[in-house]
Design a protein around this ligand. Structure first.
Ligand code: PEP
Length: 253
């Protein structure tokens, strides 16, 4: 049985004060959520506040990115050691905004995945095709390239620890959600590729979550799909009320 992972990605939103307000409200709205993993990735500067507020609440806190080196002349970058020092649990890697706005390559993301695993930070590896790639029927080729690169040289035991987020680029922040059928097909393909790269045990254990305009109105239909093990939520995670609704839906599926 795979535990559902319901995570918010705040992107470049919410400083320290707003982080405090969010969690105070969230904890008024959710309770007894041990059956699923609830997680938030705030901006770097709000991480200490988020970790402090969630310490006793069993909400996982993650970073939205990090560098693959531990220290040195890398102006503006964040080391995995700094995240460990803050007791961060996971790190989002290869988000489509990192790939497309900041030109992160499969090769760079692969190095980051290895570094995260080395430091016991759960990588939330984002993969997904653009609208053009989907229209050109290249979805599976793109997903395969992104996954093969990210899992290159990763042992089966480490591979199981990775959470894959299937995030079609055309559905992120656009209000357009993949239908449960489209998302289900992509998740099935991703799990099948993991089986080919490793074995059926890794494929059965690894969690694959969906991201792309998830909101309370569409969460149930998506989370009901067999191969969808949770959600990575941008816009709808900025409001404690809508994020709590999705968590409560997750607890019921
Ligand atoms: C995301 O940022 O990973 C995301 C899926 O955003 P949204 O839910 O706003 O589409």
């Amino acid at each position: 049985m795979r535990k559902l992972f319901i995570a918010g990605n705040w992107k470049m939103n919410k400083g320290i004060k707003e982080t405090g307000i969010f969690f105070n409200r969230l904890f008024e709205l959710i309770d007894n959520y041990d059956s699923i993993d609830v997680a938030i990735a705030p901006p770097f500067t709000s991480l200490p506040e988020a970790v402090k507020m969630c310490r006793e609440k069993k909400v996982l806190i993650g970073a939205q990115n990090m560098y693959f080196e531990e220290e040195g002349a890398f102006t503006g970058e964040i080391s995995p050691l700094f995240l460990k020092e803050l007791n961060v649990d996971f790190v989002i890697l290869g988000h489509s905004e990192r790939r497309h706005i900041f030109n992160e390559s499969n090769e760079l993301i692969s190095k980051k995945v290895k570094t995260a695993l080395k430091h016991d930070l759960t990588p939330v590896l984002c993969v997904g095709e653009t609208l053009k790639e989907r229209e050109d029927e290249k979805t599976e080729t793109v997903l395969k390239e992104q996954m093969d690169s990210a899992f290159n040289d990763i042992s089966p035991d480490d591979a199981k620890k990775v959470i894959i987020a299937y995030e079609p680029v055309w559905a992120i922040g656009t209000g357009k959600t993949a239908t449960p059928e489209i998302a289900g097909d992509a998740h099935f393909f991703i799990r099948k590729r993991i089986k080919e790269l490793y074995n059926s045990i890794v494929a059965e254990e690894i969690r694959i979550v969906y991201g792309g305009s998830v909101k309370p109105e569409n969460a149930k239909a998506l989370l009901d799909v067999k191969d969808i093990d949770g959600a990575l939520i941008g816009g709808a995670s900025l409001s404690a009320d809508s994020f709590a609704k999705i968590i409560n839906i997750g607890m019921e599926v």
